[in-house]
Design a protein around this ligand. Sequence first.
Ligand code: HEM
Length: 534
Amino acid sequence: LENGNASTGAGDALDHRLAEGEDQQTLTTRQGHPVTYNQNLRTVGNRGPATLENYHFIEKISHFDRERIPERVVHARGAGAHGYFEAYGKAGNEPIDKYTRAKLFQEAGKQTPVFVRFSSVIHGGHSPETLRDPRGFAVKFYTEDGNWDLVGNNLKIFFIRDAIKFPDMIHAFKPDPVTNIQHPERFFDFCSNSPETIHMVTFVYSPWGIPANYRQMQGSGVNTYKWLNKEGKAVLVKYHWEPKQGIKNLTSQEAAAIQTKNFNHATQDLYEAIKKGEYPEWELLVQIMSDDEHPELDFDPLDDTKIWPKDQFPWLPIGRMVLNKNPENYFAEVEQAAFGTGVLVDGLDFSDDKMLQGRTFSYSDTQRYRVGANYLQLPINAPKKHVSTNQRDGQMAFYVDQAPGQNPHVNYEPSSMNGLKEAPKQYPDYTPHIAGKLVRESIERTNDFEQAGDTYRSFDDVERTDLIHNLVTDLAVCRPQIQERMIELFTKCDPDYGRQVAEGLKSYRYQHKLDKKEQAVQEAEQKGHSTDSY
Ligand code: HEM
């Protein structure tokens, strides 16, 4: 067992005794019975019918019937790897304890084991890895203080800034509930009515929306977190992963060429690189801001649709991560892995970002449904340290997390009968003062278009041409009022951006002699346009 303190209550359950005539390769049932017949059912005559007491068959088929667990509601397709994080002991040139007391960062050279799962977002469990989509970049650090999950994406921003919009956004991006076909009109209908999406749309429709593989992409925590130092002082922090392998993205033509031959290319690339000993590596960098509202900025530091400008908030390297071991069991390690934004260690904290708070409820909630109430007892999710709780039982409870020598009768706290006790407090509490009216309002500094315009202007010619081509192709199958609203939003980002999309749509209509939406949809289907991507 991974957990030294764990007790199975099953005595020598892991005994590997061999029965007479057996060797290690002998097939058995899960009850340990040797299987002598695995080719034929027991039947009345060799043509059947079968009888109900075919115990081995019924166990085998009924376990098979339950092989799948619900796929993740988002980020269903993924690949994972194990490795380690090595701290630099500094944030840039400054001692890191100025900002955070989190133990994993303190000493230069200190290693912490990690498990990483990369993913695409919208599409199902075996969808092509070439589709246009953000990519997930989730890291579980098994620290001495318990687990820390940094659940990020490849891009640095997100579509929305309020968690209440997430289910609607995902519904719009996923297939139509009637036809089960994904359609760009659903995507742009939502986005054209949610102007905060425009910055992310600009990235996702450019080559940045199709990373070439998982090794050559960046990662980002996206949401704003806090760090706490030993004095209990906080700063705001954003996390970024930079790949040592460089960054590589694909145009839609390049992606299409790969997809005709291989729709597992990113998983394969990661697995094979690690197998060959070419271990991928990322540097972890942070941006830091003082913990206040920063009225001098034209955006809100808690708004996840915004990038913190690098020239004002420099990227400070704090460590590196190497992935050097493939999973041995995809299901046990990758599929059942459970990451969440609430999983923080001492010295790390949440910010007031309301999107982050919505996320924090959602992850463990879905994992109790997707994996089960005891998902934290699975080796991939369990911390690699002492665990003692008074949480007990539930489906698939595998052991009791109790301390050696703890009175097993006491499953509550407080107690004076040798039960568990609260940990001593090491540092002053962090007690921010929060006061205000309860409201349902958007933040004030929404500034939805300025950074999107900057991003558009920062693209090189290949990126910009691909962006306009991709937008035009997908907008062409949307009804005119959605096209018009999107052009209006692009124009607010940069007049040239709006003009390019409008002219692109005009020439698309001219070339295809299409004025009616129905014809456009037919054309898209005949040409295999991206009804299966955005
Ligand atoms: C996965 C919810 C925003 C990154 C998930 C899952 C849920 C979820 C329910 C499935 C988890 C599981 O089954 O284990 C939400 C909600 C959000 C939100 C409610 C907004 C309110 C974001 C953002 C990011 C992100 C902004 C990027 C920073 C991820 C990643 C995974 C994931 C990487 C996959 C984790 C894995 O590999 O298992 N999200 N999410 N999500 N989310 Fe979010």
